[in-house]
Design a protein around this ligand. Sequence first.
Ligand SMILES: [Fe+2]
Ligand SMILES: [Fe+2]
Length: 358
Amino acid sequence: MVTTPAKSTADELRPGVKVPSKETILTPRFYTTDFEAMAQMDIGPNAEELQAILEEFRTDYNRHHFVRDAEFEQSWDHIDGETRKLFIEFLERSCTAEFSGFLLYKELSRQLKDRNPVLAEGFALMSRDEARHAGFLNKAMSDFNLSLDLGFLTKSRSYTYFEPKFIFYATYLSEKIGYWRYITIFQHLKAHPEDRIYPIFKFFENWCQDENRHGDFFDAVLRAQPQFLNDWKARLWSRFFLLSVFATMFLNDQQRSGFYRSIGLDARDYDWQVIRKTNETAGRVFPVILPVDHPVFVQLMEDCAARYLKLVAIGEQDGPGWLKKLRQLPHMATMAWQLLRMYLMRPIPMTQAQAGVR
Ligand SMILES: [Fe+2]
Ligand SMILES: [Fe+2]
């Protein structure tokens, strides 16, 4: 039975359809790029590896994986209060992120179809996976009497333009961090089944393998373009993208530590584990990685998150907007300074495996 949640009518388009949350700087992004430049990309230098990955995509290991079993068929009203709110938000953010991947890959496959068939097929098959992931999450939201209006999301979101090189850095990292996020939750819940409050988590193991393969696809594309990886600009951009994804996740998650607590995880430990693993993985492609184990780096990141929480708290208080902005300003300035200091810390060079094709 579909019922309308008691509260939150102001949040809805119509009963059961959730208006996407307000966009902030930390919301999952929607991207667009220079399709012409991407069509021209010569991926020949790494054709063999790319073909092998395409073959894996075609095999479609998870074709029958995303099927809801009997465990879903029960009332989820016992997940209530703050936990319910946080859990729905988790589903919504995950669904939005998966769906933005779907839109980007779908559009890229369409644009490149006749001009760069290898890339086009890769994007088409990845968009197949992301559509499945987003659909599965949206179905989960329906267990909480909500669904995301994905059509509305497509039309109403603003799109961020990235040149192709940056699309590859960003998607590579978001796939790999996605892999580590899903697998870390899965492994924790495997060891602590009592914390598995909802069955979606048991799907994460095969699910994250999709993300891992997607990441490998981008890994191979980046290696086919050594000029993306082996000059001083690449080193600066690698640091920039690594820091962006790590800080975005860390700030987001510290704000939502209650969600992680509800599944028995400490948001801080969880994030550092994901950051370390993703950083290490990125070292296979990027010319440099960040000194994420350095105590100064850790301290700066945590101070930055503490500032961010203050900023959010001020935003939620009553009072005139201009006054809130004014009071947020010093926190913003400090955060910018902390991020800059992290960015400028001496990176760890990855000299061994760089320079193109393996
Ligand atoms: Fe996905
Ligand atoms: Fe993916």
